[in-house]
Write a protein that binds this ligand. Structure first.
Ligand SMILES: NC(=O)c1ccc[n+]([C@@H]2O[C@H](COP(=O)([O-])OP(=O)(O)OC[C@H]3O[C@@H](n4cnc5c(N)ncnc54)[C@H](OP(=O)(O)O)[C@@H]3O)[C@@H](O)[C@H]2O)c1
Length: 345
């Protein structure tokens, strides 16, 4: 397996966004959605990422209902000053939760946006958020109003850049007409390619970067996921269509095909899957920064190794043949959550 290099290179995030590390660290799994995580190891993983030159830390105020922001705040507080100063926070807001942890909708009203931001700044112990975005469009509030409220936060110095999450091309255009948009955060991987048709061309046209999540399809195409893996009751993957029965079997067959190609390159499956997303930046003419969801140092080291994997045209063609677009069995979210995705309408 290729090992990580130091330091991680940087790249621009769209024409108006900040310069960020070529891989970002998604911290969600350290607080939510993937079952239990180890707090000390989570902190060590964030520190290792900063140490390697990762500057972009992605979170959401609803990941563990504030837990993830507090974790990041602690990691930054205890990191060397130089790393802390380089770190950029990307925060999602808007999800409404119940005491039991359920999701009941989204709130993108301007007053709510400013309220969410005030709490996030407090939890992060920061005077600004680097990129701020609503996690899902509030169907009752025009995107212009939600983005307009973030633009006012930018004006006031509380936020540096505006992002979007899981929106389609039309919403991207409407938002960009209100204020400069740094990046669109959206699922993109070898087995989730629906954004290639309209969304990536719109991002290219508008000079908006993409922070890609789910590049390992939540571990499914990491090469480490096995058919018999037991998932905790609160693990999102337990209700994700791609992880169910026959779908899981078919999807892991795709991983086996990818493994053969990865081994020939001296890379791991996860590294090949991440390198594939990195390679799309040039092909699509868009700044694409994968957010890797590592929550252990060994997984992080593996992910960073993807930066040393070069996929040439022949490699990309072989991967395309082994895992063609649309090959995945099952949708990327359960039906109720698919309905919330502006990007899928
Ligand atoms: N905007 C949105 O709607 C949205 C939605 C979801 C996520 N996100 C953001 O995107 C980030 C990444 O998403 P994700 O966690 O679903 O993506 P991911 O990177 O596809 O999946 C992460 C999972 O893959 C497994 N994995 C195995 N090998 C790995 C390796 N070498 N490096 C990293 N992970 C490895 C890990 O599971 P084990 O730890 O069990 O091995 C980890 O929990 C999140 O943390 C969050 O910040 C945004």
């Amino acid at each position: 397996m290729t090992t990580s290099r130091n330091p991680v290179p940087t790249r621009p995030l769209g024409t108006t966004g900040p310069r960020v590390s070529a891989l970002g660290l998604g911290c969600m799994g350290m607080s939510a959605l993937y079952g239990e995580s180890d707090r000390a190891e989570s902190l060590a993983t964030i520190h290792a990422a900063l140490d390697a030159g990762v500057t972009l830390l992605d979170t959401g105020d609803f990941y563990g209902m504030g837990h993830n922001e507090l974790l990041i705040a602690e990691a930054l507080r205890t990191a060397p000053a130089a790393a802390r100063e380089q770190a950029l926070t990307s925060v999602k807001f808007g999800a409404l939760r119940t005491v039991e942890g359920g999701f009941t909708g989204y709130d993108g009203r301007p007053a709510a946006v400013k309220n969410f931001a005030a709490y996030s700044l407090q939890r992060l112990g920061a005077d600004h958020i680097d990129i701020y975005r609503i996690a899902r469009v509030d169907p009752d509030v025009p995107i212009e109003e939600t983005v307009g409220a973030i633009a006012e936060l930018v004006e006031a110095g509380h936020v540096r850049h505006i992002g979007l999450s899981e929106v389609g091309a039309d919403t991207l255009r409407r938002a960009a007409a209100v204020a400069p948009i740094a990046d669109l955060q959206i699922e993109y991987s070898l087995i989730s390619r629906s954004i290639e048709e309209k969304i990536l061309p719109a991002a290219r046209e508008l000079g908006i970067g993409v922070t890609a999540y789910g590049v390992l399809s939540r571990g499914l195409i990491s090469g480490h996921f096995t058919r018999d893996r037991e998932l905790a009751a609160n693990d999102f993957r337990g209700m994700s269509p791609r992880f169910q029965g026959e779908n899981l079997r078919r999807n892991l067959d795709l991983v086996d095909r990818l493994r053969t190609l990865a081994e020939a390159k001296g890379a791991s499956v996860a590294q090949t899957a991440i390198a594939w997303v990195l390679a799309q930046a040039e092909r699509q003419g868009v700044d694409i920064v994968p957010l890797v969801g590592a929550r252990r140092r060994d997984r992080l080291a593996e992910a960073l190794g993807a930066l040393d994997v070069t996929l040439d045209a022949a490699d990309l063609a072989a991967i395309e043949e082994a895992v063609p677009a649309g090959a995945a069995a099952g949708e990327r979210y359960p039906a109720a959550q698919m309905a919330h995705l502006d990007s899928e309408h």
